[in-house]
Design a protein around this ligand. Sequence first.
Ligand code: FES
Length: 106
Amino acid sequence: MSVESKFIRVARVEEIPPGTVKAFELDFDRVAVVNLDGEFYAISDICTHEHAYLSEGEIIDGTIECPLHGSRFDIRTGRVLALPAVVPVKTYPVAVENGEIYVAPA
Ligand code: FES
């Protein structure tokens, strides 16, 4: 296959329908994979404010809202868009090939 070997297979495309998120425990991080209108993005699933899983929050207009105190992060860039968090979440490269989603360490 042409996906570089550092990419790790996490799911099939149909397991994460548009507008949904799924978390995966990978060697390098717990990663939230989000389907935004058919495009897949991967961010760290752990909020940078305290310990909460972003995959348990809501997806709103390209952002994900932390379920604990309501910080919002841009899913594409990891940027903070609403306090109390001030540190961006990490983003990870995603590849899709033959209906499979892959994530690589940043
Ligand atoms: S733990 Fe996410 S905003 Fe506080």
